[in-house]
Design a protein around this ligand. Structure first.
Ligand code: ZN
Length: 375
């Protein structure tokens, strides 16, 4: 990395508009949090609070099975990797590193779902909240919109009160490092649409602090994007902002539906828009910000060659883009890393990177007075 780039990354204030809470988990932190939970709860079955469908998905993964089997042999009094004998520690770490390596999308989804083994109480996720806050500080991210897949926690049996405790804890930790965080609830396409509608209505009744928007992650091929219109209409009517993962696993028409039918003002990923001039023009003409996450796209296999990532074309066409890390822990990346790739691989000059940061600050869902230079 050149001195100019590293000085720029260290000093410039940044927004992060596309980052998932559990996606911040790295392999070591996951091991330590799981050992801590076993010690506190003496839980024989770490997956007991997960739905049958999710348990089966996890247990059909050999990497997950091997890791859980090794964990089961560790005595309950052990609460961190450091307490293990060197040989056992290295073995567990290796199995966990295997979990963080993906040969196909299913590998990634299995690992992601396994992170739900951390538990169903707010306190189980406090170390991850601490880690998230320190990540923002290290990356000089002064404003973040954190994507929280609320349905997954409700399915685990976490109560709304516990969810509120967790979100308030995250908010406090982030404030303590001098940054700001707001929440985007991901209503995940994999859940039945009527279930998501009921959940959204329930969330709205609870007046959750700092909840500013919804998005739609998950498997883009289950339903047409436009099928979620009622869900998005309810959110818009309640004054929430609208983002949507689209054009990730499905084609460019998903992006068009997200904009025209759902009314999304930001698109997560959107890479498949590159295959349609019409879709690109819609994004440009309506100033729809695309949250671009090159490393994530490479890991999930939707855009394997970063050198040809569409971010550059989007930018040159005048489409506002904001680089984002998506799942920095699970993909072993960071916002610095994404901006560094943009500079060294995609040919963005420092001035152009500043423009993308400005686009990000201009596209936030919460009104604020922050810019890359003001704090
Ligand atoms: Zn995402």
């Amino acid at each position: 990395m050149t001195t100019e780039l590293s000085t720029f990354l260290d000093t410039v204030k940044k927004p992060e508009l596309h980052i998932h809470f559990r996606g911040c988990l790295n392999a070591n932190l996951f091991c330590n949090m799981l050992l801590q939970r076993r010690k506190e709860d003496h839980d024989q079955d770490l997956l007991s609070h997960l739905s049958q469908q999710i348990r089966e998905y996890i247990l059909s993964c050999h990497r997950c099975q091997a890791f859980l089997a090794a964990l089961a042999k560790i005595p309950y009094h052990v609460s961190s990797l450091e307490e293990l004998k060197q040989e056992d520690r290295k073995y567990l770490q290796q199995l966990c590193r295997n979990l963080w390596h993906y040969n196909k999308p299913r590998d990634f989804f299995s690992t992601y779902l396994l992170t739900g083994a951390l538990g169903k109480q707010a306190k189980h996720y406090f170390p991850l909240a601490d880690h998230f806050a320190s990540y923002l500080k290290k990356q000089n991210i002064v404003y973040a919109e954190l994507i929280f897949s609320v349905g997954e926690y409700l399915d685990m049996g976490m109560s709304i009160d516990e969810i509120k405790i967790l979100l308030a804890y995250i908010h406090n930790q982030v404030q303590a490092v001098g940054s700001q965080v707001y929440y985007i609830f991901d209503l995940v396409r994999n859940f039945p649409i009527d279930v998501s509608i009921k959940r959204l209505e329930m969330l709205l009744e609870h007046n959750i602090d700092h909840f500013v928007a919804i998005t739609l992650g998950g498997d883009e091929t289950i339903h047409e994007t436009g099928d979620f219109k009622k869900l998005f209409d309810i959110a818009a009517h309640a004054g929430l902002s609208l983002s949507c993962h689209a054009g990730e696993f499905a084609d460019h028409t998903s992006v068009e539906q997200a904009v025209h039918i759902l009314g999304a003002k930001r698109i997560g990923h959107g890479v498949q828009a590159i295959h349609s001039q019409k879709t690109l023009e819609i994004l440009k003409d309506q100033s729809i910000t695309v949250e671009v996450c090159p490393t994530s796209n490479q890991h999930t296999g939707i855009w394997k060659n970063i050198q040809t990532h569409p971010a550059r074309t989007f930018f040159e066409m005048g489409i506002p883009i904001s680089f984002a890390s998506d799942d920095p822990g699970l993909f072993t990346t960071s916002l610095h890393q994404e901006l560094s790739i943009a500079h060294t691989v995609l040919g963005f000059s420092i001035e152009e990177l500043k423009t993308t940061l400005d686009y990000g600050f201009q596209s936030t869902f919460q009104k604020h007075t922050i810019s890359r230079e003001t704090i």
